[in-house]
Design a protein around this ligand. Structure first.
Ligand code: ADP
Length: 460
């Protein structure tokens, strides 16, 4: 089916409204003209009635014209655009006298018609407006004076007016439709530009933007919004590309290390200690790879927002102690002392699994970046509006200029200064994303060589 274009739709809507409006105006004009024409005819007839009533007298049940000959001559000589026809009839309607301009014709007395009121009727084939004025002798009606005036001219004027309106109506509408269509076409021109530009923009050509129209109207806002959307899509694709290339680089590095170690190992026969040492090294690298893949999968899962939250009442005290006990091995390996003294039980409504991932990442970082035999403190404070949890270590700390960057994927602060501390640079980006998802305010305070404090604020 052929689509009705937008500009035609605008023009049609406009025309429907205009058509109704013009119809009302035409109807009003026609009614006013008709009313005026009838008022004129009515007035003329009433004047004639008044004039002729003066010229008659009633004697012995007979209507007599005072000056009959004079009356006839004056009627005959009258020059009028629409002359009045006058006729006298007796009380039964039989003709008594008539004006000469009636010639052979005769006005018809309508017994049913209301007296002294004007009505439309016919004089043979001519339309006339007529009045029947009763003539009295005392209180008795002895006849009628019928006065009529032709309506032919008035009807012709009204018919002409009607024909002109009938022809003008569709023509006006057609012209208005074409004008409206033209103006609508011009007004929506920026939409065509938007369509053209959108067609040009493909996945590989995200650089193009819609030129902004000069008027700051709705189309300006639309173009601006689409441009903003394109900016965001372009950024997202850019980030995705960067992430993919970083991820593949990170995955390739341990694989290359394992491959290199194994190639060196089989070049010549070795003693069992040497084999054990190299295989242990490779197992470590494989573990690292495993960890990296886990983190990448976790990130990808939240990137696609597939995770749905499972909110429940969670005991913060229990959750912290659980995370500490799960990391006992690395904590005791470094002889770290974890101090978690809570004055009471604190509860929050959140997703326990995701909060576990957050706290686990923060704790493993604290352990990793602490010096052996350091202490790590866990605190929970309650204020009027929030619960504030913090994990503080006394480790190597983070340089001030890196504090913003540590949430970026794969970013590791000064990793060359401490090559023995292994990491992927993904932990804090996962923590940040999950905190956003759980609406937890995340903050890191740190000073190089002094320590780091990670603060989580749970709104009540
Ligand atoms: P990684 O796997 O490298 O630990 P993260 O995303 O968890 O990755 O952390 C990013 C960087 O932030 C780390 O490389 C480290 O430089 C810094 N960092 C995070 N936590 C701490 C901490 N508790 N003490 C010192 N530095 C930290």
């Amino acid at each position: 089916m052929q689509q009705f274009s937008f500009k035609n739709r605008i023009a049609s809507n406009y025309i429907i409204t205009t058509a109704l409006l013009i119809l009302v105006v035409f109807f009003a004009i026609y009614s006013i003209v008709r009313f005026s024409v009838y008022v004129r005819v009515n007035n003329e007839i009433k004047t004639e009635v008044a004039e002729h009533l003066k010229e008659i007298e009633v004697i012995e049940n007979c209507v007599l014209l005072i000056e009959e000959e004079e009356w006839k001559t004056s009627q005959f000589n009258k020059v009028e655009v629409s002359p009045a026809f006058i006729q006298f009839v007796d009380e039964l309607g039989a003709m008594v006298e008539k004006s000469p301009n009636l010639k052979q014709k005769q006005l018809t007395y309508k017994a049913n018609a209301p007296v002294n009121e004007l009505f439309d009727t016919k004089l043979e084939n001519i339309s006339v407006r007529q009045i029947q004025v009763p003539l009295y002798q005392g209180t008795k009606i002895i006849g009628y004076m019928i006065v009529a005036m032709s309506l032919e001219d008035s009807i012709m004027v009204l018919n002409n007016l009607f024909t002109v309106m009938l022809i003008a109506y569709p023509m006006i509408l057609l012209v208005l439709f074409l004008i409206a269509r033209f103006i609508a076409g011009r007004s929506i021109k920026p939409i065509s530009t938007i369509i053209q530009t959108s067609n040009v923009i493909t996945k590989d050509n995200l650089k193009s933007r819609i030129p902004l129209p000069q008027n700051r109207d709705e189309l300006f806002t639309l173009s601006h919004t689409i441009n903003n959307l394109l900016d965001r899509v372009e950024n997202a694709i850019e980030r995705e590309k960067q992430f993919t290339s970083d991820a593949s680089h990170e995955l390739r590095t341990p694989l290359a290390v394992i491959k290199g170690t194994l190639e060196v190992l089989i070049r010549k026969p070795r003693n069992p200690e040497e084999y054990k040492e190299k295989i242990d090294f490779c197992i470590n690298e494989v573990n690292r790879l495993n960890h990296l893949v886990d983190e990448l999968l976790l990130l990808a899962r939240f990137e696609n927002q597939k995770q749905t939250l499972k909110l429940e009442k969670v005991s913060l005290n229990a959750l912290f102690l659980d995370v500490i006990s799960r990391n006992t091995t690395i904590i005791s390996d470094k002889k770290i002392k974890c101090i978690a003294k809570f004055s009471k039980d604190y509860y929050v409504t959140t997703d326990a699994y995701l909060l576990n991932i957050i706290v686990n990442n923060i704790l493993t970082n604290a352990v990793k970046y602490s010096k052996p035999s350091d202490t790590i403190n866990f605190d929970i404070i309650e204020t009027e509006n929030e619960l504030i949890c913090s994990v503080s270590d006394h480790g190597i700390g983070i340089a001030e200029e890196d504090l913003q960057k540590i949430f970026d994927q794969f970013y590791r602060s000064k990793s060359n200064d401490h090559p023995e501390i292994k990491g992927t640079g993904l932990g804090l980006s996962i923590v940040k994303r999950l905190s956003l998802l759980l609406q937890i305010d995340l903050q890191i305070e740190s000073e190089e060589h002094k320590g780091t404090k990670v603060i989580l604020r749970f709104p009540k």
